[in-house]
Write a protein that binds this ligand. Structure first.
Ligand SMILES: Cc1cc2nc3c(=O)[nH]c(=O)nc-3n(C[C@H](O)[C@H](O)[C@H](O)COP(=O)(O)OP(=O)(O)OC[C@H]3O[C@@H](n4cnc5c(N)ncnc54)[C@H](O)[C@@H]3O)c2cc1C
Length: 339
């Protein structure tokens, strides 16, 4: 996916798939009261997008099985990570349910699953450079800001690191915009809205997602990378060539290549819809509107909106955690109903 990919091809290992079954679920169900996630000894909400197996068995009771990816941990040892069965159940229950799975009858557990509850810093106390307002010069990135995920941590690490370096060197700060990067969407969401559950950067959170693509990353962020002095000589030359070839120095969402032309009508529609959302916040939301049925609105957004039941788009825009992308989809649905 990288614009500077030079053929990196790491050795590949087979990754098998296994599946839980009714026996597995019976074992898990009979031990619900022993899970700290359910017994009340852990109060925090787990990550929505990677629930524990006990959570999946309880929330999706109609399913007769859940997939497990058996991922080799290393090229040099025989350990396998069973992705999909994170759990906080007691050790003997873990062994019993794992051995109930076809293909894993003789499995040994080297390290048991566990749950941890951790504190985080309210990200609304950070500026968009990820510097804390309370302690100048202290920058925070990753899970400590209430996010979950490798990419979220890495992207914030980049933003916080660039800004810490810029501050130390007395250079301009580096701020990411929602219109030009997912990093911008995430930092904007975190620092303005805060988090009420572990935050994951879903593409659906970005109102400009059609324009945020791997194939135009140099156009979107190249100039910013040059200004932030964060690229080496060869990459700098490549970015300059890229802009010279296009005869422009900035990116303004107008079609510029083979790929942008392909998306052009959709980009234009996206821009039109978003301009309308910003311009007309008085749009009424019907009292019986089923948020779950609106295309483009995630479960998370429909839960927040259903709980708050805003009457206008303006009110919806002030519901905590509701993203601009969800507002845009809501605007389209509410306007259609009114028409
Ligand atoms: C079992 C498991 C599976 C996961 N699977 C996925 C997945 O498939 N995909 C995904 O995207 N995310 C996954 N995650 C989430 C992801 O791993 C984390 O959200 C991410 O690694 C957080 O990165 P971070 O840099 O914020 O924190 P961490 O990676 O926790 O880094 C914090 C570092 O600080 C160090 N530290 C702590 N205290 C001190 C101290 N006092 N002094 C010095 N150092 C200290 C710690 O040792 C640690 O190295 C998973 C998490 C777990 C636990």
């Amino acid at each position: 996916m990288s614009a500077i990919d030079d053929g990196f091809r790491p050795p590949q290992l087979a990754c098998a798939i296994a599946r839980t079954n009714e026996t597995t679920h019976d074992i898990i169900r009979s031990s619900f009261d022993r899970s700290p996630l359910f017994s009340g000894s852990i109060e925090g909400r787990g990550p929505r997008y990677c629930p524990s197996i006990e959570d999946k068995v309880r929330r999706f009771a109609d399913r007769d099985g859940h997939q497990i990816f058996l991922e080799p941990e290393s090229l040099t040892n025989a350990l396998v990570y069973p992705n999909g069965v994170s759990t906080s159940l007691p050790e003997e229950v873990q062994l019993a349910f794992m051995r109930s799975i076809s293909g894993l009858e003789r499995v040994e557990i080297v390290r048991c699953g566990y749950a941890v509850e951790y504190e985080f810093v309210d990200p609304r106390t950070l500026s968009s450079t990820l510097e804390t307002r309370e302690i100048a010069g202290l920058f925070l990135a990753g899970q400590i800001n209430g996010t979950t995920g490798y990419e979220e941590a890495a992207a914030q690490g980049l933003a916080a690191g660039l800004n810490a370096a810029a501050k130390a060197l007395d250079l301009d700060s580096v701020r990411f915009d929602r219109r030009t990067s997912y990093i911008g969407v995430m930092i904007d969401d975190l620092t303005l809205q805060g988090v009420s559950e572990p935050y994951r950067m879903m593409t659906a959170r970005a109102e400009y997602r059609l324009a945020l693509r791997a194939d135009n990353s140099t156009s979107r962020l190249g100039q910013q990378a040059l200004a932030a002095h964060c690229v080496g000589d060869s990459r700098r030359a490549q970015i300059r060539e890229h802009f010279e070839a296009r005869g422009c120095s900035t990116w303004n969402m107008t079609p510029e290549g083979a790929a942008d032309a392909l998306y052009a009508p959709y980009l234009e529609r996206q821009e039109r819809e978003w301009t309308a959302v910003l311009g007309d916040r008085t749009v009424q939301i019907p009292a019986n509107l089923d948020f779950r049925a609106i295309p483009g609105i995630s479960n998370e957004m429909s839960e927040r909106l259903s709980a708050a039941r805003p009457e206008t788009l303006d009110q919806a825009s002030r519901v905590r955690g509701v993203t601009p992308a969800a507002l845009s989809a809501l605007y389209v649905a509410a306007s259609r109903r009114a028409a």
